[in-house]
Design a protein around this ligand. Sequence first.
Ligand code: PLP
Length: 382
Amino acid sequence: MNKSKIWLSSPHMGGSEQKYVQEAFDTNWVAPLGPNVTGMEQDLEQYLANGSAVGALSSGTAAIHLGLVLLGVQAGDTVLCQSMTFSASANPILYQGATPVFIDSELDTWNLCPVALEKAIISEIVKGIKPKAIIAVHLYGVPYQIEAVRAVADAYSIPILEDSAEALGSSYKGEKCGTFGDIGVLSFNGNKIITTSGGGAIVTPTTALKEKAIFFATQSRDVAPHYQHSEIGYNYRMSNICAGIGRGQMEVLDDHVANRRAMHDFYVAIFNDIPGVTVFTVPNADYYANYWLSAILVDPEKTNGMTRETMRLALEAENIESRPLWKPMHLQPIFEKYPYYGTTVSETLFENGLCLPSGSNLTDDDRNRIKSVLLHLFGKKA
Ligand SMILES: *Cc1c(COP(=O)(O)O)cnc(C)c1O
C-alpha cells in the first residue's frame, strides 16, 4: 500500500505559472509591482464580473487589515466578527487597537447568525457603542446568508467586510463571492483554492477605493519628489513574482473548483448510507460553493459512539491528514476576554466537525485510500 502523505489541501500548479515568473525575470520586474501584478488584478476583476476593482496584496490578512483601515476602524472602536473562523479574520481588529465582539454561527451555512448579529448590535448600541464594521466569512467556501446579513447591516448602517479568503469561485444567486461586502477579501495562501505561494487581494466597489488601498499598501506616499507621508503606511503590495504564479493559477481556477466539488460529491457518496455523519452542503440552489474544504459533522449518538476524533486518528494512522473545524475565536486564549453573542452552535460544530482531504490534485489512488479507511471505520466493505 502506498503510504505517501495525503494532505488536506496542497498547492496545485496548472503549468503556465513558471512562464509568467520567467517573464518577470526576463524583464527584470522583480519588485512589488509590474505587469504580472496588473495582469492578476485584471484577471480577477474579469472573473468577479460585476465591476468591482481588485488590488493585489501580500496576504489575505493584509487585505483584512487594510479593509478595516478603509472602513475607518480606529483604536477604541468595536468590530463584530464571526467567531467560527480562522484567526486571520480577527487579528487585524487588534492591530487597529479596536475591540472584537464575536458572533455565533447558524446551522444552515455555519456562518454569521443574523439573529445573534442583530442582538449584538442592539446590546452594543444600548451600551453607547455603535459597531464600526461586521466581518462575515464564507466558511469552507459556503456563502453566508447573504441577504439576511445584509439586511441587518443596512438596518443599522454598519458596513460589511466580506472575508472571502476561502470562497474564490463560490457564488450566491449567480453573483461571485468577494463582491457582497462593502469591501471584500481574497487569499492565495498555499492551501487555498488557488495560490501565489502567499498572497491576497482587496475587492472594492470603486477604482478610487482600490487606489486608496494601494496607497496605504505602498507606505502612504504623498505626491512629492521626496518621501513625504501624512498617513500611516504599510508594505502590503503583492510581489510581481508571486503574481506570476497567480496568473498561471487563474487559468486553472475553474478546474480547481470543479475538482473540489467532485471531492465533496465523493464524500457525499461515501456517507450517504452511514447514519450520523453528514457532509456540509449548501442549504439550497441559490448557493454555489467551491467546497474549498469538504467537512463532515459526526453525531456520536447516531454512529454507535464513533467520534470525529476516532476518525481523525484512524486517517492519521494511514498518513492521511484531516483536521477539526476552526476553533471558534471566543474560545481562543487570545480572544476569550472579549464579548460573545450567541449560544453553542459554533462550539458544537467545532466539537463534532472534521475537514477531510479536499485538494484539487488528489488522485484515484488517494481517493481509494481515503475511502477504504472511512468505510472500514464503519464496518463496511470498500
Ligand atoms: C486563509 C484565511 C485568511 C488569511 O489569508 P492569508 O492569505 O493566509 O493571510 C483569512 N480568513 C480566512 C477565513 C482564511 O481562511
